[in-house]
Design a protein around this ligand. Structure first.
Ligand code: ADP
Ligand code: AMP
Length: 214
């Protein structure tokens, strides 16, 4: 499986990518997760990226393409990949096309998870993520059994600092200006599939499997 999950912040890309990657045995590549790890470790890249992330702005394309190049070179990516939150600009999509050509691993499909903006702010603000294993929860729609504790690994659940209403609105503006054009970009290449992301998580999973033929 070699696919991209496209969609605005909070659409459910991370939730879907995690299960699908586990079930299919392919790499789950989330540029947001890779960046947050750099921020946690205080690397120079993390320090530079944080300036943008805190404001809800996109991190520069050269930084992102460098991270993706390194990630695709890891052995687990040979079996396939699910990109989550990448590409987010036309420059990134062009860069990915070149990388995948070099690796002779062409994309199979790009799945656009469609959710209206009105629902996205609430989804992001209620999101909680496990610090240890990255499992994703929501205070209302997917609460953990015990408050603040991950059902899967017992790790601590945290609220992302960019999941506040003001930053989410900035992230949505970035999405509409810079990422939404990728819908036409991939449609014109015959790769675009669409699923209704407002359905329950299991129904969205099933819809994704159906449109990618998995
Ligand atoms: P993304 O990776 O696209 O930003 P996430 O997968 O992190 O989105 O999901 C954002 C929030 O919405 C999380 O709190 C998650 O639990 C919740 N969520 C994901 N999918 C659904 C869904 N189908 N219905 C309701 N809530 C969802
Ligand atoms: P995410 O985890 O996908 O919601 O991303 C969180 C933040 O990381 C975004 O608001 C951006 O600042 C940054 N980011 C993640 N992926 C990318 C990307 N592909 N291009 C640019 N910035 C990114």
């Amino acid at each position: 499986m070699r696919i991209i999950l496209l969609g605005p912040p909070g659409a459910g890309k991370g939730t879907q990518a995690a299960t699908l990657a586990r079930e299919e045995g392919v790499a789950h590549i989330s540029t947001g997760d890779i960046l947050r790890q750099h921020v946690r470790e205080g690397t120079p890249l993390g320090k530079a990226a944080r300036e943008y992330m805190d404001k809800g702005l996109l991190v520069p394309d050269e930084i992102i393409l460098g991270l993706v190049r390194d990630r695709l070179a890891q052995p687990d990516a040979r079996r396939g990949f699910i990109f989550d939150g990448f590409p987010r600009t036309v420059v990134q999509a062009d860069g990915l096309e070149r990388l995948l050509e070099e690796l002779q691993m062409p994309l199979e499909a790009v799945v656009n998870i469609v959710v209206p903006d009105t629902e996205l702010v609430e989804r992001a603000v209620g999101r909680r993520t496990c610090k240890e294993c990255g499992e994703i929860y929501h205070l209302r729609t997917r609460p953990p059994q015990k408050e603040g504790v991950c059902d899967r690994c017992g790790g601590e659940l945290v609220h992302r600092s960019d999941d506040n209403p003001e930053t989410v609105r900035a992230r949505l503006a970035e999405y509409h200006a810079k990422t939404a054009p990728l819908i036409e970009y991939y449609r014109s290449r015959g790769l675009l599939r669409e699923v209704d992301g407002t359905q329950p998580v299991a129904a969205v999973s099933e819809a994704i499997r159906k449109v990618v033929g998995a």
